[in-house]
Structures are given as C-alpha cells and as structure tokens.
Design a binder for this molecule. Structure first.
Ligand code: AMP
Length: 217
C-alpha cells in the first residue's frame, strides 16, 4: 500500500494531479472537499453546518473530517490512496499518523506543490467543476478545457463554478492555508517524507515530477 498527501494552496492543481495519478496507478482519490460537498447536500443539521463552513472558507471540525477519512481508509480496495485536502492542520496530521499505523503502508509521499500566488489566482479564476463526479476543468487554460464547452468529458453534465470559488472566500482559504496547513511542510520534512514540486509549470510538467518520485528516479 502506498499513500500520497498534498500540501498545496487552494487551486494549486491537487485535484487535477490526483486524477492523473489515479489513472496511471489505480489509486483511490479521497478528496475531503468532495466528500464534504456531498455531505452538505443531505437533509440534516450536520449538512447545514458543513455548507456554512465551506461557503465561508473556514475549516470544518477536525473530529468530523477524521471520521470521514477513517471510514474511507478502512474500505479501501486499491493498493494506494491519495488524500486530497487532508491533513489541513497539525491535529489532523497527527491523527493521520495514528490511523496509518494500522495499515501495511509501504511508503507515504508528501508532495508540497510550491506555487506562486499569481499562478494560483489564474487557476482559481477559470476553474469549473462537474457537480456529479467532481472533475476539475479550467476555461482559461487550454490543456484543461473540457472537450465540449462547459460540459464534463465523462458525465456530459453542465460544469459549474464552485460556490466557494469567489474572491472573498478564496482569500480566506489562502490565509488559512498559510496559517494552518503550511506549517505541515516542516512537520513532514522532519519525518523525511516531503518532496517539493515546482507547481508553477504546466499540468504535465508537474505530473512528470510526481511520477519521477513515485518511480524512485
Ligand atoms: P477543497 O475542495 O479541498 O478546496 O475544500 C473545500 C472546503 O471544504 C474547505 O474550504 C473547507 O471548508 C472544507 N474542507 C476540506 N478539507 C478539509 C479538512 N481536511 N479539514 C477541514 N475542512 C476541510
């Protein structure tokens, strides 16, 4: 079993890279944002709480997210997984550490996608997602445009801009990343599992850096 974690600001391309890795290696893509967006559509109080947090760009409660991840990891049917959007802070990283002790984990890779703010802004501005499968596209970046304008390549469903992809929420999410998530870089560096990726390049150049590390080159 191999595990991958991303430490990267919002709209750095974690979802896109996760899809490419899963296509190549058959890993399971576990996106906490996606799981939470699904949970926010249920008809209960917890759904309202989650929606409020997502819409304001704040983090949901650690306990709730850890429960979601734990369930997913216990039901894994693949020989690898990608945690996209988790851990987001030190509490979550320490909990993950405990959880994976029960797994026969051969290797944990932590990819820090290092990307400039202006690049992230461009990726964020054009981002459109499929409300059904969560596929991510970008109307401003040629290689990330859907085959048919505004429709998902896989589901043929009309693509949408995520409700939390507005400038105000994005700035808040970016600040939260700097305050809560970025400190994980030194946490994982000390554990010797951190790999820095130049995230200012195009999609395939970023992917190639990741593949080289996974292939041990
Ligand atoms: P994402 O799709 O990763 O950008 O996540 C969208 C939103 O879901 C975030 O802005 C948070 O409100 C929430 N979220 C996702 N992952 C986590 C997490 N690990 N811990 C707390 N909140 C999360």
């Amino acid at each position: 079993m191999r595990g991958i974690i991303f430490i990267a600001p919002p709209a750095a391309g974690k979802g896109t890279q996760s899809d490419l890795i899963c296509d190549k290696y058959g890993f399971e893509h576990i996106s906490t944002g996606e799981l939470l967006r699904d949970a926010s559509e249920e008809d209960n109080l917890e759904a309202l709480y989650i929606k409020e947090k997502i819409d304001s760009g704040e983090l949901v409660d650690d306990e709730l997210i850890i429960e979601l991840i734990d369930k997913k990891l216990h039901n894994l049917k693949t020989n690898g997984f990608i945690l996209d959007g988790f851990p987001r802070n030190l509490v979550q990283a320490k909990m993950l550490n405990e959880m994976i002790k029960n797994f026969n984990l051969k290797q944990l890779y932590v990819f820090n996608i290092d990307v400039e703010f202006s690049v992230v802004m461009q990726r964020f501005t054009g981002r459109i997602t499929c409300p059904d499968c969560g596929n991510v596209y970008n109307k401003l970046i040629d290689e990330l445009k859907p085959k048919k304008d505004n429709y998902c390549n896989d589901c043929d469903v009309m693509l949408e801009t995520r409700a939390d992809d507005n400038e105000e929420t994005f700035t808040k999410r970016f600040e939260l990343y700097a305050d809560e998530t970025e400190p994980l870089i030194s946490y994982y560096m000390e554990k010797g599992v951190l790999h820095r990726i130049n995230g200012n390049l195009d999609t395939m150049q970023i992917f190639n850096q990741i593949v080289n590390i996974l292939e041990g080159e």
